[in-house]
Design a protein around this ligand. Structure first.
Ligand code: UD1
Ligand code: UDP
Length: 368
């Protein structure tokens, strides 16, 4: 069975890695690792291949940055060519980036089965490009691997036949468990002079937070207020950095006391910081999940989340910019739910995916 694993951007690499490691020594399948090239800076791409022990991609489509239409169309054109030249038997897409949608459309139109890992998540906010990617991907993909019961319910409500769905759990937890020893040994926290549980980690990259000057300015001023209570470390995403510079906000941030503005980190060093943090302030999908698993308070600067289980069972809360400072005070005063680990967030998701591929595509009895 020839399987294409598709990766495009930072949150994809840690979803593809456990699958790659679970499948690459199996005799019943062969893998082609495809990088669409959406993220290309060393610290947004190569660092993850190194940390997660992934080989260089078999194919790099080199699409780079661009508008949504450009990125989606360029992935479709180049990936269709790759499938014509060397047709896989199964395409595995992960997450909700533009390549997830683009490769799903290519595969389904060529009659190649497509499986989506992290299916069924919904924010119900169609202003988010990721929500469109999730909806379209799940409407046409053949196999839907979900992380949580809410995802199963969303798919059922959209009329997806139940036989397409297998709940496999959360693949991000597999990456963490695979790398746990190296994360503990990373030393990033000490390199930055931070004391365990005496700092917060900040990440921001959603267009709703960082693409317009006024909301971003307000956010920066709130972060400076928080830094007066608790040291902050902020690895800045390239989208955010570009905008901070364009809006003239970069010097204001870089010179703020008690606030370390740093380059994006590789997975191992980043997770070392998260593991030792008192709390996180974020708009990342992945960080909401990682903090729930680790039991670390997470303040998510969004009005909706496609990962509601991190709020109902985990340690996550959605906040607006002006609610940020009081929420940090609550956490520092010890008023925060401990949360619990959701079911099947256990480090064995890749094994369940591998078993599902086998039973669906290799050992399923032929239809009568
Ligand atoms: C993308 C995903 C988003 C995901 C995020 C994770 C889509 C629609 N968006 O958003 O779902 O949460 O990745 O990080 O697929 N840039 C660089 N170097 C890079 C990559 C990007 O400088 O290696 C800059 C470019 O100026 C680019 C901008 O960042 O225009 C935005 O990058 P893009 O990949 O379009 O979107 P993200 O915001 O990264
Ligand atoms: N991450 C990292 N270095 C950083 C910031 C994030 O390794 O400097 C990791 C972290 O594990 C996070 C993952 O990248 O869960 C997802 O990336 P991002 O927040 O960019 O995407 P999203 O999950 O929002 O789509």
């Amino acid at each position: 069975l020839r399987i294409d694993l598709i990766a495009a951007a930072r949150p994809n690499f840690m979803k593809v890695a456990p699958l790659f490691h679970a499948l690459h020594e199996e005799s019943w399948c062969s893998l082609r690792l495809v990088h669409t090239g959406q993220h290309y800076d060393r610290n947004m791409s190569e660092a993850f291949f190194r940390d997660l022990k992934l080989p260089s991609p078999d194919l790099n489509l080199g699409v780079g940055s661009g508008s949504h239409a450009e990125q989606t169309a360029n992935v479709m054109l180049t990936y269709e060519g790759a499938c014509v030249a060397d047709r896989p038997d199964l395409i595995v897409v992960v997450g909700d980036v533009n390549a997830t949608l683009a490769c799903t459309l290519v595969g389904t139109k060529m009659g190649i089965p497509v499986a989506h890992l992290e299916a069924g998540l919904r924010s119900r906010d169609r202003r988010m490009p990721e929500e469109i990617n999730r909806l379209v991907t799940d409407a046409v993909a053949d196999i839907l691997w979900t992380p949580s019961p809410d995802a199963d319910e969303n798919l059922a409500a959209e009329g997806v036949p139940p036989e397409k769905i297998t709940r496999v759990g959360n693949i991000m937890i597999d990456s963490y468990e695979l790398m746990r020893e190296r994360i503990d040994a990373s030393g990033e926290r000490s390199r930055l002079g931070l004391e365990k549980r005496e700092y917060a980690v900040v990440t921001l990259h959603r267009p709703s937070n960082v693409d317009a000057p006024e909301p971003l300015k307000l956010l920066i001023s709130q972060l400076k207020g928080i830094a007066a209570r608790l040291p902050l470390v902020f690895p800045v995403h390239p989208r955010t950095r570009k905008n901070l510079e364009a809006f003239g906000l970069w010097p204001k941030l870089a010179e703020a006391p008690n606030l370390q503005v740093i380059e994006p980190l590789g997975y191992v060093d980043f997770m070392n910081l998260v593991c030792g943090a008192r709390l996180t302030i974020t708009d990342s999908g992945g960080v909401q999940e990682e903090t729930t698993y680790l039991g670390i308070p997470c303040l998510t600067l969004r009005t909706t989340t496609e990962r509601p289980i991190t709020v109902t069972e985990g340690t996550n809360r959605l906040v607006t910019t002006v609610e940020l400072v009081p929420a940090v005070d609550e956490i520092l005063a010890g008023q925060w739910p401990h949360g619990r680990k959701p079911q099947l967030w256990d480090g064995h998701t890749a094994a369940r995916v591998a078993a599902d591929i086998r039973s669906r595509l290799l050992i399923a009895p032929p239809p009568l």
